[in-house]
Design a protein around this ligand. Structure first.
Ligand SMILES: Nc1ncnc2c1ncn2[C@@H]1O[C@H](COP(=O)(O)OP(=O)(O)OP(=O)(O)O)[C@@H](O)[C@H]1O
Ligand SMILES: [Mg+2]
Length: 454
């Protein structure tokens, strides 16, 4: 540092020569002053550095905010409490075809398309001043002068000390949203229609299968009822002829010859099997129609608390009465199995399962069925294990189909499991068929446990 001239910088040391002491001020005082000035100078330097750092950070965050605002696809307007625009983002500039400079200082209401929307906007923005406003659709004037509906959101803006400064309005042209929504809606409608068509064709297909099955099932008994009735009519004519001859007082020889000729004896011996066959056919038709009626479950409303143990025991008793002696049924049941529904219908389900097991084990030397019941939480589960041949893998997916049967004509209608499935479903339960790894089939019947019965 030079002695002469002294520096003007704040805090620069001013050397004082020994002979130039001021009157009344000692050298120590000067030294003190100089030291203080030094300290102030270094403080100032530090402030300057800190200020520069803060400034750099401020610029960075401004840059960041600017880049966010610029890349926003939604339009954005910042305005003061009177609705005077303070800033906008580039989406709004593009939308209305005016620059931020042109827009600053103008009223936000000028952005709206017409007088009506301007008035609406004014009252809405006045109301939104405190609470904000969401998803309000109003038309703004686009760069080409056309009104474009925009979905607007308005949020109040506050200073650091909570003073209201104005608001921030963002918006998205709803044309775009609406188009996307309409496309989505169309796709949804198409999907619903396709699903309905699919359902409909599935329904029609199963109805077709059902009708074909019914026709096939009924065809057999009806055709032999018809055949038998035709034969009976022919026989009746010949009997008439013979009886007329008897009443007309024909000679015994003539009657014997006529009897021979009309084969009256054969008719008489045929009559009984013909009538039996007709009755059987009619009964079979009645059974099929009966099965169909049960299939559509006319008495679906019955709903009583019941003990499934009693139902199972009764069903087993009834089926085994008619079964061959060797067929052994072992029961492993708890004291009670409370369920609710129709005892008659559930008995029908169990009887069919027992009958099926009995039929399936017909060729087995020691045919057996084991019925095991358990209460599993909210569910009552019955399992039917038999030692028959099991269900062929190709048949397994069809055992619950109406009219699916592997039994010879006259033995099974193939409605048993289909009806059972419907009944169990109406009892909010499930019925499942599987094969056991060790051979034989297992049917699992699950029903909701009746909580009220405890
Ligand atoms: N325990 C079983 N083991 C092997 N196959 C079975 C068993 N239970 C049912 N099935 C198969 O499922 C088919 C359909 O059974 P379902 O009870 O519906 O009719 P069905 O017994 O043939 O006739 P219906 O019950 O009307 O007299 C049977 O024909 C048989 O092929
Ligand atoms: Mg059956």
């Amino acid at each position: 540092m030079s002695d002469n001239p002294p520096s003007d910088r704040p805090g620069a040391r001013r050397r004082v020569s020994p002979g130039s002491e001021l009157v009344g001020v000692g050298e120590e005082v000067w030294m003190d002053v100089i030291q203080k000035m030094d300290e102030v100078y270094s403080d100032l330097l530090q402030y300057e550095v800190a200020l520069e750092e803060k400034n750099a950070r401020l610029e960075e965050s401004q840059q960041f905010i600017l880049s966010v605002l610029t890349s926003m696809s939604d339009i954005l307007v910042v305005c003061d409490r009177l609705g005077v625009i303070e800033d906008v983002n580039s989406s709004l500039e593009d939308f209305c075809g005016r620059s931020a400079e042109q827009l600053r200082g103008t009223s936000i209401t000028e952005l709206f398309a017409d007088e009506t929307s301007r008035r609406q906007a004014q009252s809405l923005l006045a109301m939104a001043g405190d609470k904000g406003m969401y998803d309000c659709e109003l038309p703004l004037r686009a760069y080409d002068g056309t009104p474009v509906p925009v979905s607007l959101n308005c949020t109040p803006r506050y200073s650091a000390v909570g003073k209201s400064l104005g608001m921030v309005v963002t918006g998205r042209p709803v044309g775009e949203l609406r188009r996307a929504y309409q496309a989505l809606h169309r796709a949804h409608e198409d999907l619903k229609r396709t699903q309905q068509q699919l359902l409909h064709s599935e329904k029609m297909a199963s109805l077709g299968r059902l009708v074909a099955g019914v026709a096939h099932e009924l065809n057999n008994p009806i055709s032999f009822i018809l055949g038998n009735t035709h034969a009976l009519r022919r026989y009746a004519e010949r009997m008439h002829e013979y009886l007329d001859a008897v009443h007309a007082g024909m000679s015994p020889e003539g009657l014997a010859a006529l009897r021979e000729d009309l084969r009256i004896d054969r008719i008489l011996s045929d009559l009984s099997p013909l009538i039996e066959g007709t009755i059987e056919g009619a009964e079979r038709t009645r059974d099929i129609v009966d099965g169909l009626k049960r299939f559509s479950a006319i008495d679906r409303d019955e709903n009583k608390s019941l003990d499934l143990v009693e139902v199972v025991e009764r069903a087993v008793r009834w089926v085994t009465k008619a079964a061959r002696e060797q067929f052994r049924v072992s029961l492993s049941l708890p004291v009670s199995l409370p369920v609710s529904g129709s005892a008659g219908q559930l008995q029908q389900v169990v009887m069919n399962l027992v009958q099926n097991a009995c039929d399936a084990t017909a060729d087995i030397e020691a045919p057996s069925l084991e019925i095991v019941a358990e209460i599993l939480g909210d569910e009552v589960q019955l399992r039917f294990f038999d030692n028959g041949p099991g269900i062929g893998p190709a048949h397994l997916p069809h055992v619950f189909d109406p009219f699916f049967t592997t039994k010879p004509v006259g033995k099974g209608t193939g409605l048993g499991l289909a009806i059972s499935y419907g009944i169990v479903e109406r009892h909010r339960g499930s019925l499942r068929a599987e094969n056991r790894p060790e051979g034989g089939a297992v049917f699992t019947l699950s029903l909701p446990r009746d909580r009220a019965a405890r």
